[in-house]
Design a binder for this molecule. Structure first.
Ligand code: PLP
Length: 387
């Protein structure tokens, strides 16, 4: 099909041409005396995106899933209790990993579409007077349902209960796109990946840990080897890595960080809010509903429910086959019930309108009773008024 593919899945996201160009480099010696000139500033600038001065940032040749494992195995011992609220596919997978790694996992179920219930968390932490819960695993942005939870609120609840658990946050689809404040929110481990807000290919787990978490690496008894933070720390202090880094990835990250920091994080967040809000207006104009309950709507991905007599997979198939538009599918429990529009990373008003128009065509083709142009009109009016 002529023309480019329009990639509107919630990761991998579109890689800006400037980042692609920056990655087109010859390989170089990662043990050379000049390698730290590239590597050290990357770690320093990553901290700015995580909004931490007290913590330390790390780059692992891995993906977000490894970030979960890095947090768990580096700081906890087998049998330690961790608490997680499960309300989507990614909180489910993190809980499943924690079980497989031998931790005692206290899973609290919430309906898919909801996020972390602060009132229930407060009650649970107050009841844990012996502080058996060693870590709270919080999914900041549940990509499968388009739900954002209040991590600052989680910290407040923990402080109010005087609870010393470590706070680990999955920010894979939030960090570098929506408001995230590691130090201010007292996050002990922040986990992200390269292929979402960082606008890179998959292949780097970008993580940051507080001093409290780093101290816990000394006493944690879990097995770890490739993902051992202590090997990273020993090498990173001189600007090197414990094993061969992906040189193109590092140059790409350099460019992506430059783009993010030049735009300014607050502007990046505001842009994501606007792109999301225009999409939400289109969805409302189509008479469709978000999977996210009010108050939990994500600014990086909208998961859209289809009526019971429709199959969201048909919308996704039409969008791809007929219009070269890639939309996100519904995962596990919501397969066929939702389709997702990613509004994350390198996007602007006009590119977003393209995705909304393509989605609208696919909905019409599948017999959805919507007015042609209604979603596009709602979104473009919002974008014009707020530009
Ligand atoms: N956590 C969230 C919220 C995600 O959206 C994803 C992937 O989409 C992951 C974790 C897993 O990351 P990866 O696929 O990079 O391992």
């Amino acid at each position: 099909m002529a023309g480019r593919n329009h990639l509107y899945i919630p990761g991998p996201t579109n890689v800006p041409q400037a980042v692609l160009n920056a990655m087109n480099v010859a390989m170089e010696d990662h043990r050379s005396p000049i390698f730290p000139n590239l590597f050290k500033p990357l770690l320093a600038d990553l901290k700015k995106v995580f909004k931490t001065e007290n913590g330390q940032a790390f780059i692992f040749p891995a993906t977000g899933t490894a970030g979960w494992e890095i947090a768990l195995t580096n700081t906890l011992s087998p049998g330690d209790k961790v608490l997680i609220y499960r309300f989507g596919q990614f909180s489910h997978l993190w809980a499943a990993m924690a079980k497989r790694l031998g931790f005692e996992v206290e899973i609290h179920e919430e309906p898919w579409g909801c996020g972390i219930p602060l009132d229930k968390l407060a009650q649970r932490l107050q009841a844990d007077s012996e502080h058996q819960i060693k870590a709270i695993l919080a999914t900041h942005n549940e990509t499968s349902t388009g739900v954002t939870s209040d991590i600052g609120g989680v910290r407040k609840v923990m402080d109010a209960a005087g609870h010393p658990a470590l706070l680990y946050v999955d920010g894979v689809s939030s960090i570098a796109s929506i408001d995230f404040r590691m130090d201010e929110w007292g996050v002990d481990g922040a986990i992200s990946g390269s292929q979402k807000g960082f606008m890179l290919p998959a292949g780097a787990a970008l993580v940051a840990f507080s001093q409290k978490a780093l101290q816990a690496t000394e006493t944690a008894k879990s097995m770890r080897c490739f993902l051992d933070l202590r090997d990273q720390m020993a090498n990173n202090k001189d600007g090197y890595t414990p094993y061969t880094p992906s040189i193109p990835m590092l140059y790409g990250l350099r460019k992506a960080l430059d783009l993010l920091l030049t735009e300014g994080l607050e502007n990046v967040y505001a842009r994501h809010y606007r792109l999301a809000e225009g999409t939400r207006r289109a969805i409302a104009a189509w008479g469709l509903k978000l999977c996210a309950q009010p108050g939990f709507e994500s600014n990086t991905v909208s998961a859209i429910l289809v009526p019971a007599d429709k199959d969201a997979r048909h919308v996704i198939a039409t969008a791809f086959q007929k219009y070269n538009l890639s939309l996100g599918s519904g995962l596990s429990e919501v397969a066929g019930k939702v389709f997702r529009i990613g509004h994350m990373g390198d996007m602007n008003d006009v590119s977003m309108l393209g995705a909304i128009a393509g989605t609208e065509m696919a909905l019409l083709d599948n017999g959805f009773e919507i007015q042609a142009g209604s979603g596009v009109a709602a979104a473009l009016e919002y974008y014009r008024q707020t530009a």
